[in-house]
Ligand binder design. Structure first.
Ligand SMILES: Cc1ncc(COP(=O)(O)O)c(C=O)c1O
Length: 381
């Protein structure tokens, strides 16, 4: 049986998304900036997607800026806001459990004269509003806190965190790449100033995403050129990708969230029956598709390879860092000992995951863990 459980890394493109994109490769291939009718039709398709996406997060269409994905949106949010607001201050706040593209943007900003505070998280990976409030200084201009964590699935209370910032006049950005369409993202109701979303985590194509920027927020363009996307992000628009992104949002459904939640819970309870295992992340405040489970006394890489041999694809960390043998900085920030981090596997489901696949996975993991523990000097075998 083939079981793909690495959907936090990327997902299968939905058939209807693929169909919606097709004409824009071969028939409607105009440049949306051209003012003739072919260009106009491409522009209409882009604007239709913008509307669908804006509606989904309660934004205005003119607050949605298309980018090449989550990495670019996060870079633009951090660097664009930092430089546009540097007259007001040079202090930025983020957390220790952000995606590497946020952390690396912050590290680069430090080389440009900005100061960054990296907030501690609790044992579940949650950022507490009081911790954020305590870190705010008179010269703080921006806080960026992840919504749903890509490794352990914990969902931060973004509304409370944004509220703390708003009261102190600090702009608030969230990276919602993993949570988008899986839990509510209401930029108006949550009081967000900026939010990052992308397409390939939600059965859309890779290489396309968006940044929500609330009207009136000062942001400096990061990529210069023809002045596309309200001059914030120049570059010919990825029409096919944007059409696919819009369709993926349109077909996302609460029913899928329900079914993923149910299968995730079956997976977690099945895996936790294996001796010496533990769940990472918050038991309730977690993404509907994430099960991050630690297996003591063995290495995650060994589990991953054995599962791959049995047709099951999982991850030992986020896709970008999983080739490194360093313990995950996210698990470390949550207080896990290095030996426990090393035995952690992230299983991430999608709307295509079936109950038989979950049963097969639980059975296979039990067998693989048994085999590896027999071989491990610490495994009691
Ligand atoms: C939380 C989070 N932020 C940002 C990204 C980067 O997004 P993209 O792959 O679209 O550049 C990812 C994807 O791995 C992610 O999980």
């Amino acid at each position: 049986m083939d079981v793909y459980l690495d959907n936090a890394a990327s997902t299968r493109v939905d058939d209807s998304v693929f169909e919606a994109m097709k004409p824009y490769f071969t028939k409607e291939y105009g440049n949306p900036s051209s003012i003739h009718s072919v260009g106009e039709r491409a522009k209409r398709a882009v604007e239709d997607s913008r509307e669908v996406i804006a509606k989904k997060i309660s934004a205005n269409p003119n607050e949605i800026f298309f980018t090449s994905g989550g990495t670019e949106s996060n870079n633009l949010a951090l660097k664009g806001v930092a430089f546009a607001n540097k007259g007001r201050g040079k202090h930025i706040i983020t957390s220790k459990v952000e995606h590497s593209c946020v952390l690396e943007s912050c590290r680069w900003l430090e080389t440009q004269g900005f100061e960054v505070t990296y907030l501690d998280v609790d044992k579940y990976g949650l950022v507490h509003p009081q911790v954020l409030e305590d870190a705010i200084r008179d010269d703080t201009i921006l806080a960026s806190i992840i919504h749903g964590n890509n490794e352990v699935g914990t969902i931060n209370d973004i509304k409370d965190l944004a509220g703390v910032c708003r009261e102190r006049g600090v702009l608030f950005h969230t990276d919602a790449c993993q949570s988008f369409t899986k839990t509510d993202l209401d930029v108006e109701g949550m009081g967000l100033d900026l939010a990052t979303i992308n397409s390939h985590k939600i059965h859309g194509p890779k290489g396309v995403g968006a940044l929500y920027v609330r009207g009136g927020v000062n942001i400096m363009p990061w990529q210069h050129g023809g002045g596309h996307e309200g001059r914030i992000r120049s570059g010919t628009l990825n029409v096919c990708g944007i059409v696919g992104f819009g369709k993926a949002v349109e077909v996302s459904s609460p029913k899928d969230v329900e079914s993923m939640t149910d299968l995730r819970d079956r997976l977690i309870s099945g895996l936790l029956e294996i001796p010496d295992t533990f769940l990472n992340g918050h038991p309730e405040r977690r993404l509907c598709n994430n099960a991050s489970v630690g297996f003591r006394h063995i290495e995650g890489e060994g589990i991953l390879m054995h599962l791959d041999d049995r047709g099951i694809q999982v991850s030992t960390g986020s896709a970008c860092s999983s080739k490194s043998l360093e313990p995950s900085y996210i698990l470390t920030a949550m207080g896990l000992k290095p030996e426990d981090s090393h035995g952690t596997i992230r299983f991430s489901l999608s709307k295509y995951t079936r109950v038989e696949e979950i049963e097969y996975t639980v059975k296979s993991v039990g067998e693989v863990v048994g085999i590896l523990r027999k071989m491990s000097p610490f495994g009691g075998g």
